[in-house]
Design a protein around this ligand. Structure first.
Ligand code: SAM
Length: 454
């Protein structure tokens, strides 16, 4: 590995918990690989691996496998996430003992690590808005959220300023800010090659701007979580210090176990947690939470007429598990299912932001039949009566490469392809052939080697 920048290591000498030799030694070791298991999509994947101490669903892996050739990854049985950043789970569980009826924004959400964690944490009565300003990254976010399979998770693609117009709307805002990335040097050679002091300054200015822009959207007594994967105080403590000085906030703390090796930082009124790779089993990370004490403006509730379409309830009752708290809406030529309590939020949000994904897409009515959406196959609410075909690993990978499958004994009609009990997508069996309905852009493009098929 290339030597770490002197300017960075010099600066860190004043930072609590920094041990130069241990820090440099840790950078000679490979990055830690970890995954977070889906609590509702039970599988055998990694269940016996060592848990991440601050996140019960986190698991350490001894080496980094090729996740693309594991059908369980495609089924959403787990999310590949850096272990330190799973500390958000610990923070949420302590700061929000009641996870119901919340409005939560993940402002810088792509590719979806924090958002999938939030989705697992929140009760279905809560609504998660996952936002990503960069369009290409928003589509990756959308794909990962679809794979995670929760109806109460929506995706937007807006500038923080637009979301800031939702005055006093959110109970929780997570800002996992774009940063200079020094915490990821072991994982990402580009982060090290691109690092510069000038970029730290640029990131710091951007972080201040993002927080100032989104701040009005937080309720009075709402919680802001701020995180970066940078060690630079200019992007971490100093940003919090600025928040303390300019806004009326109360720093929040959570209990830690000494064995975890996390460094608690107290800087004036600010309090935060830093992860050094020589002290924790994970990469560099910084996270803090504050409560907004100042009164916040509130939005005028929007009048809305329910779009709940009773005509498709019969179809929906087949596609999803029965539930009386769902509204079925016709949005952009498709039918979507949202938690009924969240329907009013559509009108409110649409005033200021572009809703890329609203709930769970059920499908489209065509001339002769209903075309089911991919979302249903991956949803945690999928109906138990949908026919499915259980496949082995080779068949699952061929399906995921969008190849034609040979399934001669399959009855005619729509079926979900299942691997180890988890849905991968739809097929339609006709006489003598099977059509593969995996969305084209989801297909595995890489060559699969002989060893990977088994
Ligand atoms: N939270 C994500 C996760 O856990 O998977 C990682 C987020 S990454 C650290 C920061 C994100 O902020 C990137 O997706 C980046 O595209 C986005 N971003 C870049 N510039 C931004 C800006 N000016 N405002 C808001 N987000 C921005």
């Amino acid at each position: 590995m290339k030597a770490l920048p002197d300017v960075l290591t010099e600066k860190l000498k004043g930072v609590k918990g920094y041990d130069e030799q241990a820090f440099l030694n840790a950078h000679q070791l490979p990055a830690v690989t970890s995954v977070r298991l889906h609590p509702a999509k039970q599988s055998n994947a990694f269940i016996n691996n060592d848990p991440v101490p601050w996140c019960p669903e986190g698991r350490y892996l001894d080496e980094r496998p090729v996740f693309t050739t594991d059908p369980l990854y495609h089924a959403g049985a787990y999310y590949v996430q850096e272990a330190s950043s799973m500390f958000l789970d610990h923070l949420l569980k302590h700061l929000l003992p009641d996870n119901k009826n919340l409005r939560v924004l993940d402002l810088c959400a792509a590719p979806g690590g924090k958002s999938t964690l939030l989705a697992s944490f929140l009760d279905k009565s809560s609504l998660l808005v996952s936002n990503e300003v960069i369009r290409t990254r928003a589509s990756i976010l959308e794909e990962n959220m679809l794979r995670w399979g929760y109806m109460n998770t929506w995706v937007t693609s807006n500038d923080p300023k637009d979301l800031g117009k939702l005055h006093g709307y959110f109970d929780v805002i997570v800002v996992d800010a774009p940063c200079s990335g020094s915490g990821l040097f072991r994982k990402d050679a580009k982060a090290l090659a691109d690092w510069s002091e000038a970029n730290v300054q640029l990131c710091s200015q951007r972080q201040h701007r993002i927080l100032a822009d989104v701040w009005p959207a937080l309720k009075e007594n709402g919680i802001l979580v701020y995180a970066t994967c940078s060690y630079s105080p200019e992007e971490d403590e100093q940003v919090l210090q600025w928040l303390n000085e300019h806004y009326d906030v109360e720093p929040l703390t959570v209990p830690l176990k000494e064995a975890w090796g996390i460094t608690e930082i107290r800087n004036g009124a600010a309090c935060a947690y830093r992860f050094f790779p020589d002290k924790v089993k994970g990469e560099g990370f910084f996270i803090a939470a504050v409560r907004k004490k100042a009164a916040a403006d509130t939005l005028k509730p929007q009048r809305f007429k329910t779009g709940n379409d009773k005509k498709i309830q019969q179809q929906a009752a087949y596609l999803l598990q029965p539930s009386d708290d769902i509204a079925y809406l016709h949005i952009k030529d498709e039918y979507c299912a949202v938690i009924a309590e969240h329907e009013k939020d559509i009108a409110l949000l649409q005033q200021y932001v572009y809703l890329r994904k609203t709930g769970l897409v059920l499908g489209t009515p065509a001339a002769k039949e209903w075309l089911p959406a991919h979302d249903v196959a991956l949803s945690v609410n999928r109906g138990n009566g949908i026919p499915f075909v259980q496949v082995n690993k080779e068949q699952a990978l061929r399906y995921l490469k969008k190849e034609d499958l040979q399934l001669p004994d399959t009855a005619k009609g729509w079926h979900i392809i299942q691997y180890e009990g988890l849905g991968l997508g739809w097929i339609k069996a006709l006489s003598g052939r099977v059509n593969n309905y995996l969305p084209k852009h989801w297909r595995i493009r890489m060559e699969i080697t002989d060893a990977d098929w088994q």
